[in-house]
Write a protein that binds this ligand. Structure first.
Ligand SMILES: Nc1ncnc2c1ncn2[C@@H]1O[C@H](COP(=O)(O)OP(=O)(O)OP(=O)(O)O)[C@@H](O)[C@H]1O
Ligand SMILES: [Mg+2]
Length: 351
């Protein structure tokens, strides 16, 4: 079947090898998963053939951080828009070599792109009310560089229709993690934390999905600023500190946590400037402990405020590896059974 029939459902009637490319808000690196997907009617299945995370070169990461905090101009934005596909192409080739998958076996690449601005709340311009979102990494450039069709720009259509611009994760969770008997929360702790709520025996119109607030973003910022580390491995630094109630109270005033879903957020709100404006005169261990506690609290607060009681929570994303964060979250949600997506055959890092 010609590859340009990618929109047709028929395309999935035979198994397809698809490469997923994700670069999230944590800016930790390029996640690449190569999977074999099959579908029979509504029954989808997949097998993870290869996965790796390729760290961003520090020069790229620093420019991306600067773009996101509005310290760079259009020339650097254009440069990164074309540097990323080059890096992505190199990393896919590397993963294929490491896993003995032939590049020519890959039917399509799904590329999220690097979000550098996300503005789902409308702004007024020229008497128009506009929501917007912006991802860097040219899909056309990647397709030409690697010679494989690239599906990209996933967020724009949803934003244009008044959505929050995150249409894919809820559909994945629905297909692979729903239960006939249990109300299920799928929690992804990336830079930002997001939830898919799947009531028992649900259909697609019952799905609720939204961002709860920070995931690793502020924990990583404190790890970098105060400990010169990229992240707080297993939460071992936070575990050594005490929650500072003055800082915690200030953090709890951030209104996003209380907003009713649907809602989404990013580094536009949960940025370094806001965090360091709030942190005064406390030890670095207490700072990371407090921000880790706030992260757990904000996830739990959203679950308690906006969802029906759930039986189980299935965690994924890099933050699910932060043992201390997960312990705090379990204490906030004592009646829910916790699992990781790995327990259901889905690698929580590759998800
Ligand atoms: N062992 C660990 N202990 C603590 N934190 C970890 C550990 N492993 C990963 N992390 C955290 O996970 C982060 C990366 O998570 P992930 O890649 O899921 O987020 P992301 O790139 O923002 O993705 P997305 O926005 O798509 O959810 C790291 O920056 C780090 O903070
Ligand atoms: Mg990542």
């Amino acid at each position: 079947m010609p590859k340009n029939l990618i929109n047709s459902l028929e395309w999935l009637s035979e198994p397809r090898i698809v490469c997923g490319l994700m670069t999230g808000t944590s800016l930790d690196g390029i996640d690449i998963a190569i999977c074999s997907f099959s579908s029979a009617k509504d029954n989808h299945s997949f097998r993870l053939l290869a996965f790796n995370t390729f760290p961003f070169p520090s020069e790229i990461k620093n420019i991306l951080k600067d773009i996101i905090s509005r310290k760079r101009f259009i020339d650097d934005i254009s440069l990164i828009h074309f540097a990323l596909p080059k890096l992505f192409a190199q990393s896919i080739i590397q993963l294929c070599n490491d896993s003995s998958i032939k590049l020519t076996e890959i039917d399509a690449i799904g590329m999220h792109g690097q979000t550098v601005w996300h503005q789902p709340k409308q702004k007024e311009i020229a008497n128009l009310r506009i929501s917007s979102t912006s991802q860097l990494a040219s899909g056309s450039a990647l397709a030409k560089l690697i010679g494989i069709p690239v599906v990209y720009d996933f967020r724009a259509a949803d934003i244009a229709l008044g959505g929050e611009g995150a249409p894919l994760v809820p559909i994945f969770d629905y297909n692979f993690l729903k239960s006939k008997t249990e109300n299920t929360i799928c929690l992804n702790i990336g830079g930002i934390s997001n939830i898919t709520y799947l009531p028992k025996n649900c259909n697609t119109s019952d799905i609720i999905a939204f961002d709860t607030g920070p995931g690793n973003v502020w924990i990583d910022l404190i790890a970098k600023e105060f400990f010169n580390l990229d992240y707080d491995k297993n939460g071992n630094l936070a575990r050594q500190g005490k929650v500072n109630s003055a800082l915690l109270n200030k953090l709890k005033e951030i209104s996003f946590v209380q907003w009713k879903p649907p809602k989404s957020t990013g580094r536009e709100l949960f940025n370094k400037e806001l965090l360091f404006r709030l942190i005064n005169n406390i030890t670095k261990f207490d700072a990371i402990a407090t921000v880790t506690y706030f992260t757990a609290w904000s996830i739990a607060e959203n679950i308690k405020s906006f969802l029906e009681p759930a039986n189980r929570l299935i965690a994924s994303g890099g933050g699910a590896n932060n043992l201390f964060l997960m312990e705090l979250l379990k204490k906030e949600l004592p009646t829910i059974n916790f699992a990781k997506s790995d327990d259901f055959g889905i690698s929580s890092d590759a998800k």
